[in-house]
Design a protein around this ligand. Structure first.
Ligand code: G
Ligand code: G
Ligand code: MN
Ligand code: NA
Length: 256
């Protein structure tokens, strides 16, 4: 209960920050974007992991102001990357969106306002929604996706393959990217079930005209295996951990 109250104050106290994990093109190593990840460093408790405070924020509803803040922060950071190298190909930013936000009737207005205020090109923003949230209520999801897409913003399905869902929804829902869950990346180079599942996801994405991002790549063999399967993009400790804004900009200067 105390942590809950403190989370509400955390934004005001500026204890929250956003880290950025590079997303790279597997064939070239070029950085094409970053995933924005919220971080909470409590004055007394130290680092509170997102695995703790994100579910708490979802329960209490604090995820709405928190999510708005992360979105605005990430979009203005992305505009800065662009300004650093105006002639380079644009670098995108991906922001996680929780189920509460998908159900929030003012989300799309807030999103439009953030895009206007920051000047970020909508196509440089990707919203990540987990497969389980997408599957929750198809009418709400469909309305959300249509409104977001009408702004020109992209959508990724996060943790793809873990939701045990019908694949039929992919035909109905306008999405752009499938993020292959780390669970299928771990043993992808060993040629067993992980490789079979990853191959199937990549081929499904190709058929539907979607891009694939593999998550949690930690080793060169996973990088090589995924590249061989035709997966276009990847992220993970093999390339970089989530970086503070300053380090992310420096990483980008070397690798864009
Ligand atoms: O940051 P880390 O890699 O530990 O992420 C843990 C979990 O917290 C992930 O599931 C991630 O998607 C989630 N998460 C991190 N930042 C945000 C955020 O800004 N909003 C939401 N909804 N989830 C986030
Ligand atoms: O649920 P989501 O995919 O948004 O969460 C991303 C989470 O994965 C973040 O908590 C991030 O810190 C973590 N992560 C990113 N790369 C790696 C990796 O290579 N290995 C592991 N174990 N976790 C990773
Ligand atoms: Mn994510
Ligand atoms: Na994931």
């Amino acid at each position: 209960v105390e942590l809950e109250a403190e989370l509400r104050d955390a934004l005001r106290r500026e204890e929250l920050t956003v880290s950025y994990q590079p997303i790279v093109e597997l064939a070239t190593g070029r950085v094409t974007g970053f995933e924005a990840l919220a971080r909470w460093t409590h004055a007394r408790r130290g680092i509170v992991p997102p695995g703790v405070f994100v579910p708490l924020a979802e329960e209490t509803g604090a995820i709405l102001p928190l999510g708005r803040w992360v979105l605005a922060r990430a979009c203005s950071e992305a505009v800065r990357w662009r300004a650093d190298a105006p002639d380079a190909p644009p670098v995108g930013v991906s922001v996680n969106v929780s189920g509460r936000q998908v159900e929030d009737p003012s989300f799309v207005d807030d999103l439009r306002a953030v895009l206007t205020a920051t000047g970020l090109e909508p196509s440089s923003l990707t919203l990540e929604i987990t497969e389980s949230v997408i599957m929750r209520d198809s009418e709400t999801t469909l309305r959300f996706l249509r409104e977001v897409k009408s702004l020109g913003v992209r959508v990724a399905i996060d943790d793809f393959g873990t939701g045990y869902s019908s694949l039929a929804y992919l035909q109905r829902f306008p999405v752009d990217v499938l993020k292959i869950d780390k669970a299928f990346v771990d043993q992808v180079a060993q040629g067993g079930n992980d490789a079979a599942i990853a191959r199937t996801i990549v081929s499904l994405a190709e058929t539907l005209g979607l891009r694939t991002v593999a998550e949690g790549i930690e080793r060169p063999d996973q990088h090589a295996g995924l590249r061989l399967l035709g997966c276009q993009l990847g992220q993970g400790f093999h390339y970089a951990r989530p970086l503070g804004a300053h380090d992310a900009a420096a990483f980008l200067r070397q690798r864009r």
